[in-house]
Design a protein around this ligand. Structure first.
Ligand code: ADP
Ligand code: MG
Length: 751
């Protein structure tokens, strides 16, 4: 090794390397990057490093820049040892001393020229208003005035190199390190760049790597040649001018306003990335929301199911009431109950509320709950409004549409099968679709019918809850569906009965004709007894004539037929029991209504209180809660990995921030701002969408349902979930970025 000290030392010593070695460990093989380098570099020098490819030039300047570590020897910075330096110490050193100009520029290509130069000053803790003039001056100085607001991605190689130099200039550090700064440039651009660097070297130490020394010959003050990681030549060519040296850069923490500015800038400067991230967060919000609402919808269904089987229509706002003395309810009763506070409406004779009516025809069958024509929808989707007593309008939920064409339904011969036997002929003349806002989870249709039809249904409902017992020849015989069922028939005169052959068997001579039968009807409201005379025993050969029916014998056999007058005497009663529906189902408010009713002399059953949670429900709940959690976590991870992929593609950007000296916490915060901005946009879109659903601009039943189950507190919970998720993602990302040295994370990012 030759070391010629032909020119006298003038500048201030800056970097001193003593026996410095660097090794690379790669796939189990140790390669030497630098070996036993001794070098003193001073302020004011324009050092040009040359050497074959692979001779260690990049390694040397990366070590000097604090971008890479060394294994042996010592590096002194202004006389200070660095072998004990931590990663943080090197970061600080880089901030104070080093401005890098990279061969591949390391510019943020989605930023404009101005923004790239401004970036380094913001990182140094200066405010964007302060640096405006300085940035513009520097842009003028490198001759890019007309490209000030052009995105770097649109510039030529020579222009990019000048932006990289401008950025180094803005940093005002004592040392500028440039790896192949003219590598990609035509000779004209190269000349400009070299002259610029030479000018900069007046009050700094400029170190340049090149394989084209000729371009630098005019300006270099010193030439260093590397060979195989060793110092081969070290020529001091020119004297160093003595001038005021650049001091290590003073820097502050990056300002909060600057982080905000960068965060917003990053949110929108890459539109595809923005849209993709927005899409992922939209998916997150909607997926979590739909999980959550389906969980709540299930809750609601289960609450309605968790209820004794007597009342099928068990909404929380329903209170069943009847007189404490079991006498029928009168108009005066309804008047005073209606006046109570918190009462919304009364449903007289509430048995029909719990009566599901089944309508059957040749091609049609459907079911629903009976209702009067009072609240019938005016707008039909098919058919017409009803006129005759046997005409019905069916209003259904769009998801529970009756099967078959409307015309086929209208033309069909239909009948209602009544509880406790008997059928009523009817016709469906109109179809309506229910307002999905008033959805009941059972999805049951409503059958709007005449008062006459309703009365029959009410009677049959009462029949259902009534125990009928016959006394024949002094013996008691239950009347049930299978045998001796009581049925009304027009052909039977009042006070008489047409009986099945079974009745004859009660008499020794096998003849019941002319004998008395006591019929006792007993239910929770009343007990009634009538006595009829058996007038005829019907059998297979005479039943059609006697009963006036064309039905198969199987259908009529085993029954006791009495006159409609007698039947109605037993079952057509005034209202013994009705329901009151309240506005506010809050426990206290509900109890208050019950108390008032009690004072007025009524017995009550609150369906909210009467709910008994079945054992199965608690088991279902045991599964449901973890299922909800698992699904939510799964959605979280799907989004997490997609966001991670998106962020990975931006690893270069964040490595640049890091190489420019931004600390981990600030990088995380800049990322946070970006994520939070997108999340808020996604959440805003979600809320806007929910609003459109609410005001019914968007009219899809399932989504309506979803939104219906969303309370204010749920919006807040969901908000917290997505915010927490975005914070976790940016934190993990920032940590991963800082796990390895700046050079490694840059290498990884660049891959
Ligand atoms: P130059 O810049 O002069 O072309 P480098 O400094 O890039 O040379 O490389 C010096 C030596 O170190 C070469 O032999 C090269 O193969 C090796 N080297 C450089 N970087 C790595 C690395 N990341 N891992 C392993 N070996 C490396
Ligand atoms: Mg190299």
């Amino acid at each position: 090794m030759q070391l010629r000290q032909s020119i006298e030392f003038r500048g201030k010593e800056m970097i001193k390397l003593r026996n410095l070695s660097k090794f690379y460990y790669s796939k189990g093989i140790i390669a030497s990057g630098l070996s036993r380098i001794n070098l003193d570099l001073e302020m004011g020098e324009f050092v040009v490093i040359t050497g074959e490819s692979g001779s260690g030039k990049s390694t040397l300047i990366n070590v000097i820049s604090g971008l890479d570590t060394y294994e042996e020897g010592e590096m002194y910075i202004e006389g200070q040892e660095t072998s004990h330096y931590s990663v943080g110490d090197f970061e600080e050193y880089r901030k104070k001393y080093i401005a890098n100009i990279f061969q591949n520029f390391n510019l943020v290509s989605s930023y404009t020229v101005y923004q790239n130069i401004e970036l380094i000053l913001l990182i140094e803790g200066r405010s964007s208003a302060d640096v405006k003039d300085k940035v513009n001056d520097i842009i003028d100085k490198v001759g890019l005035t007309e490209y000030r607001n052009t995105k770097v991605s649109k510039l030529s190689g020579g222009q990019k190199q000048r932006v990289a130099i401008a950025r180094a200039l803005a940093k005002e550090t004592p040392i500028i390190v440039a790896d192949e700064p003219t590598g990609n440039l035509d000779s004209e651009s190269a000349e400009i760049v070299v002259r610029l660097l030479s000018e900069l070297s007046k009050d700094r130490l400029v170190i340049v790597v090149t394989h084209n020394y000729d371009q630098f010959e005019k300006y270099a003050t010193r030439r260093i040649k590397l060979n195989d990681g060793k110092l081969n030549e070290d020529d001091k060519i020119k004297a160093v001018e003595n001038s005021e040296d650049m001091k290590p850069t003073e820097f502050d923490k990056i300002k909060a306003a600057s982080k905000l500015k960068l965060g917003f800038r990053n949110t929108f400067n890459l539109i595809p990335k923005f849209l993709l991230t927005l899409f992922v967060f939209l998916f997150l919000v909607f997926a979590v929301a739909s999980q959550y609402t389906s969980y709540k919808a299930q809750n609601d269904t289960l609450n309605n199911l968790g209820f004794n089987s007597f009342f099928m229509n068990g909404t929380d706002d329903r209170i069943v009431f009847k007189k404490q003395d079991n006498t029928p309810l009168t108009d005066a009763d309804y008047e005073q109950v209606k006046k109570l506070k918190n009462v919304a409406r009364i449903e007289k004779n509430d048995l029909i509320l719990d009566t599901n009516v089944y309508i059957e025809g040749e091609s049609t069958n459907l079911d629903g709950y009976p209702a009067s024509r009072e609240n019938m929808p005016k707008k039909l989707v098919a058919g017409r409004l009803p006129e005759a007593d046997d005409e019905i309008v069916v209003s259904y939920y769009s998801f529970n549409k009756p099967q078959g064409e409307p015309k086929a339904i209208f033309d069909d011969n239909l009948k209602i099968n009544l509880d406790g036997g008997g059928t009523i002929k009817c016709k469906i003349v109109g179809l309506a679709v229910k307002d999905s806002n008033t959805i009941s989870l059972s999805g049951a249709s409503t059958l709007h019918m005449s008062e006459a039809l309703l009365q029959s249904i009410k009677n049959s409902a009462l029949r259902r809850v009534t125990n009928v017992e016959l006394t024949i020849n002094g013996k008691k015989a239950p009347s049930s569906e299978g045998s001796m069922q009581l049925v009304a028939n027009e052909k039977v005169p009042a006070g008489n009965a047409f009986v099945t052959e079974e009745v004859d068997a009660f008499y020794d001579n096998g003849v019941s004709k002319g004998k008395k039968i006591d019929i006792q009807a007993k239910n929770i409201y009343y007990t009634d007894t009538i006595t009829v005379t058996s007038q005829n025993t019907y059998n297979k050969s005479n039943y059609k004539r006697l009963l006036g029916t064309e039905d198969e014998y199987d259908m009529v056999s085993g029954k006791i037929y009495i006159s409609p007058q007698d039947y109605n005497y037993i079952f057509e009663k005034p209202d013994y029991q009705s329901s009151v529906f309240i506005k506010d189902t809050d426990d206290d408010k509900l109890a208050a209504v019950e108390k008032e009713l009690d004072k007025l002399g009524y017995k009550t059953i609150s369906l909210k209180k009467a709910k008994t949670s079945m054992d199965e429900l608690s088991i279902i709940n045991l599964i449901r809660v973890p299922m909800f959690v698992i699904m939510t976590v799964a959605i979280f991870f799907i989004c997490y990995f997609v966001i991670k992929l998106i962020l990975k593609s931006r690893g270069v950007y964040f490595s640049i921030l890091r190489m420019l000296g931004l600390d981990m916490k600030s990088i995380k915060q800049v990322l946070d701002i970006e994520m939070l901005t997108i999340i808020h946009i996604a959440y805003g879109l979600f809320m806007g969408f929910a609003y459109l659903v609410k005001i019914k601009v968007v009219d899809v039943t399932t989504i309506q349902n979803m939104v219906k189950f969303f309370a204010l507190s749920d919006y807040i919970i969901l908000y917290i979930i997505v915010i927490a998720m975005s914070l976790i993602i940016s934190r993990k990302f920032a940590k991963a970025l800082f796990k390895s040295s700046a050079m490694n994370s840059y290498r990884e990012g660049a891959q």
